[in-house]
Ligand binder design. Structure first.
Ligand code: ADP
Ligand code: ZN
Length: 757
């Protein structure tokens, strides 16, 4: 019997972008029947609003009960926005990270596809541009601005915002008059602009032409092993710094994209910090590449997404979220610097791009390559267990050697120096100073790492009080330009007073060196050197990173001082010296990954030295020369570090020897948070016992940083030998425990956390 056109409507399940883990059933009007397929965006009514949801498949209507299914209002796409492999990856993320499928689907698509109407074009407003290059050194600034303090404050504020800022906003923020702006323009250090948007350097700049280099035998072998992986297979490429991992990726793509005609995804930790890597892909593959960078407007991002979906762009290069690039016929996924913590998303859905890469490879039959000089312990363990093929590039290309590393024990330096010299000696030790002078004399370049921005980590009054953030349980960082105290967690700012707000004693001590202070000391110590600083404060604008790195690459900077930003993948052959001002920043954080992070950072920054024909040297200044992270970084001994660190993570057990989840309860009322955390813990313990899951429940306890952005935070840590019991327990918790409405209470689940702070 033919189906009656007036029969019951077809029903589908729809995942909504709401914090609800269930799906909802809707009816499909005849006209939309062809479009309401799994993975398609659908517009549905939710409490009188039009909401974009995602069709997950046919429904049996069981969840409807007696109510009648509401009809889908629209299905805007001719092809489903999420192809089957992406929908499968989203389902996996939603299950594993215990979050709503609709939220994951939305996160996997460009923002413009998550709203029912198109975003408006940006309006025209006046912007102030400061010409930072006109005043590169602090000394010149002192001279040019003299007593014009307001002009300097405005200049430096805009500089911190990346060199360009909305005129009305910044003048209001500083309370300055138009004459201050005019003054800056007259001096020739700033100009006014009415452009719509910042320039897109990728659209504007052609890539440097690819230099044809023949792969070395080691590179050729790695490429062959990757291409020989079974479909869906994955490899860990452990190649020391300067071993030429990028050429391996390029050769793999040459085969997969050009010869086999398939497509590929290349993930980098941050586009802005890795302009050279991005450039190599563009140089080799030109128009086939779509660079998904944070500077794209919503419209441009959508255009790039469409080009990838249609296969007109065949290689997506981008940070974390590029793992969702909707490429048809995926042949390879590369995760460069796979150990980087930025691959984990800090809020829900808390996916890790590396795990999604492996899942998409499995779904599509693509080959997956995880590359690093300092692989994460998780990937290392997976290679040991045979889940990843282990490939290695043990030598630098062209016979170059890893730089010699000298460890300077700051405790010894301190004893040897005069008391009033102490502070200065500790910043740049005699050994480091001599090497910097040598490089300046020879016209070579140096990079100096200090992983703490601002001027001083905290300020203390004569009575010992430390200025702390009113909203977070951490001290305020002292910034010199412009002068103020800043919370690095919530961005709260206040003027740096001369007297203590607690006891009125004079604020006298600044503790904990920051990059601004080191910059000042370097300017004094090396007055003829051209010095630049690269940290969050000098690079918050979209293209600020690229500008500093371009100048460094052109040899216009002798000393590049920076935070961990300067440690990632940069390749400047004229850098023959790397100095670590203080290796101990972060080494004692109350987090099980503190040592691993320190080892990675030291190894990576050391790897920036001696990449050209001249060999390089590294100086690591530390007060803990015996720490295994410092010792093994100094001897370039990844295996030695891994052996010690893995042993340390056996007792007490931490990943990769088991699976970890951090359940964080937060809210505005301290007592209520503690009470709810206790209730959550009891629920977990009971459920674990009842179902015999064998999960260890630890806590509750206040988080190491007890308060962030006015919210009190408690956590419960779960440890399990296997992943599945954790999935089950956490799913039960999120679905079964009601979060109190009062006090803005929240319950967050962070699986495989990259930090426990
Ligand atoms: P890694 O990412 O492993 O630290 P890169 O991929 O940046 O190393 O390569 C280091 C340097 O060696 C780069 O300047 C690169 O152009 C160069 N290089 C890589 N492979 C070769 C090769 N086969 N022949 C010549 N130069 C190479
Ligand atoms: Zn704060």
């Amino acid at each position: 019997m033919p189906a009656s056109p007036t029969g019951p409507p077809r029903l589908v399940d729809v995942a909504l972008p709401l914090p609800l883990r269930r799906t909802f059933t809707y009816a499909v009007p005849e006209a939309l029947a062809a479009r309401a397929v799994p993975g398609a965006r659908v517009v549905v009514p939710v409490r009188g609003r039009r909401v974009i949801g995602f069709c997950t498949g046919p429904s049996d209507g069981a969840s409807l009960g007696d109510t009648e299914a509401k009809p889908i209002l629209d299905a805007p796409d001719a092809e489903p926005a999420l192809p089957p492999d992406l929908l499968a990856a989203c389902r996996w993320i939603a299950d594993y990270h215990v979050t709503a499928l609709g939220l994951v689907c939305r996160a996997a698509l460009p923002a413009a596809l998550g709203v029912a109407s198109r975003p408006d074009a940006p309006g025209r407003t006046a912007r102030l541009l400061v010409l930072t290059d006109a005043l590169p050194s602090l000394l010149e600034r002192d001279r040019v601005f003299g007593r014009a303090h307001q002009q300097r404050a405005l200049f430096e504020l805009v500089e911190q915002l990346g060199g360009t800022a909305d005129l009305a906003t910044v003048t209001a923020q500083l309370g300055c008059t138009p004459s201050v702006v005019d003054g800056l323009v007259r001096r020739g250090v700033a100009r006014l602009d009415t452009a719509d948007r910042p320039r897109d350097p990728f659209a504007a700049q052609p890539p440097s032409p690819a230099v044809a280099v023949a792969p070395t035998d080691a590179q050729r072998e790695a490429v062959a092993s990757i291409l020989a992986l079974p479909p869906g297979g994955a490899a860990l490429l452990h190649g020391i710094t300067g071993s030429g991992k990028t050429l391996v990726y390029l050769e793999v793509l040459e085969q997969v994209v050009r010869r086999e005609g398939r497509t590929a995804i290349v993930l980098v930790p941050e586009i802005a910090l890795t302009p050279q890597t991005v450039d190599r892909f563009r140089g080799r593959f030109g128009d086939l590449v779509a660079v998904l960078h944070s500077g794209l407007s919503d419209g441009e991002r959508l255009d790039a997404w469409r080009a990838l979906r249609a296969g007109t762009k065949r290689i997506a290069v981008g940070a974390r979220s590029a793992v969702f690039a909707p490429l048809p016929d995926l042949g390879a996924i590369i995760v460069d610097e796979e150990h980087e913590a930025s691959y984990k998303q800090a809020e829900a859905p808390r996916y890790h791009a590396r795990e999604v890469a492996l899942i998409r490879a499995r779904e599509t039959g693509a080959r997956c390559v995880l590359g690093s000089a300092t692989p994460s312990l998780e990937s290392w363990r997976n290679a040991q267990l045979g889940r990843l093929a282990l490939l290695s590039l043990p030598a630098r290309v062209g016979g170059g050697t890893l730089p010699a590393v000298r460890v300077v024990d700051l405790r010894q330096e301190r004893r040897a120096s005069l008391p009033d010299e102490v502070a200065r000696r500790q910043v740049v030790s005699a050994s480091l100073e001599a090497l910097v002078r040598d490089r300046l004399a020879r016209g070579e370049q140096a990079m100096l790492l200090l992983n703490r921005r601002g001027y001083a980590a905290f300020v203390q009054c004569a009575e010992g009080h430390v200025a702390a953030c009113p909203h977070c349980s951490i001290s305020l960082t002292y910034h010199r330009t412009p002068e103020r105290l800043v919370c690095h967690y919530c961005q709260h700012q206040e003027p740096a007073g001369k007297r203590c707000p607690d006891c009125d004693a004079p604020m006298e001590r600044q503790r904990g060196l920051g990059t601004q202070q080191v910059e000042r000391l370097l300017v004094e110590r090396f007055p003829t050197a051209r010095i630049a600083r690269m940290d969050v404060d000098t690079t918050s604008g979209k293209w600020a990173h690229a500008r500093i790195l371009e100048r460094f690459g052109r040899g216009e900077i002798d000393l590049l001082l920076g935070t961990q930003m300067i440690a990632k993948g940069l390749d400047f052959p004229n850098v023959t010296l790397v100095g670590v001002i203080d290796a101990d920043v972060g080494i004692n954080l109350p987090d099980f990954r503190a040592s691993e992070r320190t080892f990675q950072l030291l190894s990576q920054v050391a790897g920036r030295a001696g990449r050209g024909p001249q060999s390089g040297e590294v100086v690591i200044q530390t007060r803990t020369p015996g720490h295994h992270a410092v010792r093994h970084a100094a001897s370039h001994d990844f295996l030695g570090f891994v052996a010690e660190e893995l042993a340390a993570r056996e007792d007490p057990p931490y990943p990769p020897s088991l699976r970890l989840a951090n359940v964080v309860v937060s809210g505005l009322d301290e007592g209520a948070v503690a009470e709810f955390a206790e209730r959550v813990t009891q629920w977990l313990v009971r459920a674990d016992t009842r179902f015999g899951l064998g999960v260890t429940v630890l806590g509750p306890a206040p988080c190491p940083i007890e308060r962030v952005k006015t919210r009190y935070r408690w956590h419960v840590i779960l440890k399990s030998a296997q992943a599945a019991p954790l999935t089950r327990l956490l799913g039960g918790l999120v679905d079964g425990v009601e979060v109190p409405a009062a006090g803005a209470m929240r319950l967050a689940v962070d699986r495989d956390p990259v930090a426990l702070l």
